[in-house]
Design a protein around this ligand. Structure first.
Ligand code: MLT
Length: 265
């Protein structure tokens, strides 16, 4: 494991491969191992950086809400630490919220964007209330209850019934998450700003990926981003839910590799 001092925390990250850098930002409540297969596929041609966000995996948690802006600042500080000025910035779900917040704050650092199973809109009032309940539940009961609630929404019914190894992988990541890290991110996601107005201003190549059966960020959200971001590419992965990189790994990786290969130098 590699650690860097980032602001007030120790941040763990993977940094492997040589070439134009690609940053992969995991979703909630996961960690950088979400990206193992993508790191393996991309690092033969690119330098791939996958951080554990503040409060997740082997990174320290901190008090209060882990806002998307703060998480994006952490990624920017990590790039400073690694001597990287500009990179493809990719994220899945909450990682996509962070990628959009990163673009908003540091547009000149973004060579290209990858937005997987995510959305630009802020939370509804109802979603904010659910986040507050889940934060409380995580802090008082631990992550098992959260994992039980989330699992059926994260994966397709077919994956749940036929691919126990994927179910175990997703559940184990959730169980390993620190309750205070989960609570901080839930509060941060509830506070996040609506980035819909940012979309037409995005002027870098953008790849949007969506599981056709995503129950958390439905394909309609990805279609909206695709319509608003000029020149963006939308890839819908059949038979995949919210964690589409684990459910359709080969197709997901191929889309990333094609996109990266076609980027202007
Ligand atoms: C995620 O996968 O990062 C979260 O489910 C996103 C969310 O809850 O909005």
């Amino acid at each position: 494991m590699t650690l860097a001092r980032i602001d007030d925390i120790q941040m763990a990250y993977t940094d492997t491969g040589i070439g134009r850098p690609v940053v992969l930002i995991h979703g909630y409540p996961f960690n950088r191992t979400l990206w193992n297969e993508q790191v393996a596929a991309l690092s033969t041609s690119y330098r791939v950086i996958a951080p554990d966000l503040r409060g997740f995996g082997e990174s320290d948690a901190s008090d209060g809400a882990a806002t998307m802006n703060r998480l994006a600042q952490d990624v920017s500080l990590l790039l400073d630490h690694l001597g990287i000025t500009r990179a493809t910035i990719g994220g899945l779900s909450m990682g996509g919220y962070v990628a959009l917040a990163f673009y908003k704050q540091f547009p000149s650092r973004v060579r290209a964007l990858i937005l997987a199973d995510t959305r630009a809109q802020a939370d509804t009032e109802e979603a904010k209330q659910t986040r507050a309940q889940h934060a409380e539940k995580a802090l008082t009961e631990g992550m098992a209850g959260i994992a039980d609630i989330m699992l059926p929404k994260l994966l397709t019914p077919e994956t749940v019934s036929k691919r126990p190894e994927v179910v175990k992988r997703v559940r184990d990541m959730m169980l390993k998450t620190k309750p205070e890290g989960a609570a901080g991110a839930l509060r941060g996601m509830a506070e996040r700003e609506d980035q819909t107005d940012l979309l037409p201003k995005i002027s870098v190549p953008t790849l949007i990926l969506a599981g056709a059966e995503d129950a958390i960020t439905p394909v309609a959200d990805s279609e909206k981003m695709h319509r608003a971001i000029a020149g963006s590419r939308l890839v819908v992965l059949e038979n995949a839910g919210h964690v589409s990189n684990l459910e359709r790994t080969e197709q997901f990786n191929q889309a990333l590799l094609d996109f990266q290969k076609e980027l202007p130098h």
